[in-house]
Write a protein that binds this ligand. Structure first.
Ligand code: ZN
Length: 321
């Protein structure tokens, strides 16, 4: 693979003022943009509102980046769900790589993964999981990968990266949201989570060496560009997560092991988990999870025993520093 043209020396700090703006962070994955600018990834693929395109193109051209656009291929593919007025952008330091990614067909997962900067071990594991199980759901995959994950460092926390895994199977949910005019609220929810990650792929293990290296390098690049954003990322990604499924999770201020979480409070980011369930956890100070139940305790006294519907309904991801 040709080495991308290096421009890092020409832009030592990627315009912190524009990248750090809240309205920009809500519209594009700034973490990915910084990764491409710093040569840590060849290409990033995102879905944005068309109205945001002139700003983004102007930023890219003043930083020596190529910005190729294409219409969304399928409803619900990569990113916000407001399809009228959205487009896909492929940003790269080498235009030919951006164009190659747009031409990659559905079956070319390994080359696509390489262009997007995903470690080969992680791409292979994901492809074999999907082939074996015929299941591309993130919650099934992370449940299957827990045994391979002896550690959960903050730099490999990908629990909130939903925009990149909005798949066709979410279409009924997306259509229902659009019908109820809830699309804007859902997009705001996704926008709030858009930058909450350091790796944008699904790791083969949360202790995958190459994913940890990439996450650390991206963290250093974000720190150089926007130290406040880096500090916020580290804080939110270092907290234990109880994961129920796409768009439904709880984050705790506390510490966790593989079966339990001791916490002082629920933390941001908030998810779409129903309020009744959230209230049960906010009344407690510890949670334990086994194969049948999720139990909530307060000062050692059992408050709630919540039966699991599936074995992967309530997965503890014990992220920490
Ligand atoms: Zn890996």
């Amino acid at each position: 693979m040709a080495e991308p043209r290096r421009l890092a020396t020409e832009s030592p700090s990627p315009s912190a003022s524009w990248l750090g703006r809240r309205d920009v962070k809500n519209r594009i994955d700034v973490v990915e943009l910084i990764s491409v600018m710093r040569g840590l990834k060849p290409v990033t693929l995102q879905s944005i509102e068309k109205g945001f395109l002139p700003q983004l193109e102007s930023f890219c051209s003043s930083h020596g980046l190529s910005c190729a656009t294409a219409e969304p291929v399928a409803a619900g593919e990569t990113g916000p769900i407001v399809k009228q007025g959205s487009c896909r952008v492929v940003i790269s330091r080498a235009r030919e790589m951006a164009e190659e990614l747009l031409l990659c067909s559905v079956g070319m997962l390994e080359r696509k993964g390489e262009l997007l900067g995903y470690p080969g071990c992680c791409v292979k594991k994901w492809c074999s999981f999907v082939c074996e199980t015929r299941d591309d759901s993130f919650d099934r995959y992370i449940f299957s990968s827990l045994g391979r994950s002896p550690a959960f460092p903050f730099c490999t926390n990908n629990a909130f990266n939903f925009a990149s895994r909005l798949q066709q199977r979410h279409q009924p949910l997306l259509s229902a949201l659009a019908e109820r005019n809830r699309a804007a609220a859902f997009n705001a929810f996704l926008g709030n989570l858009a930058n909450l990650h350091l790796i944008s792929h699904v790791p083969c293990s949360y202790a995958c060496e190459r994913s940890m290296e990439q996450g650390k390098a991206v963290f250093d690049a974000v720190s150089a560009a926007d130290s406040g954003m880096a500090a916020e990322l580290r804080k939110l990604l270092s907290r234990p997560v109880l994961f129920f499924g796409d768009f439904r999770f709880l984050v705790f201020s506390g510490i966790a092991d593989s079966n339990s979480i001791a916490y002082t409070a629920l933390s941001e980011p908030h998810s779409l988990l129903d309020a009744g369930l959230v209230a049960k956890f906010s009344a407690g100070d510890s949670v334990s999870v086994d194969s049948k139940e999720i139990k909530v305790f307060k000062s050692g006294r059992l408050l709630h025993a919540i039966p699991k519907v599936h074995e992967d309904d309530g997965i503890i991801l014990p992220f920490g520093p």
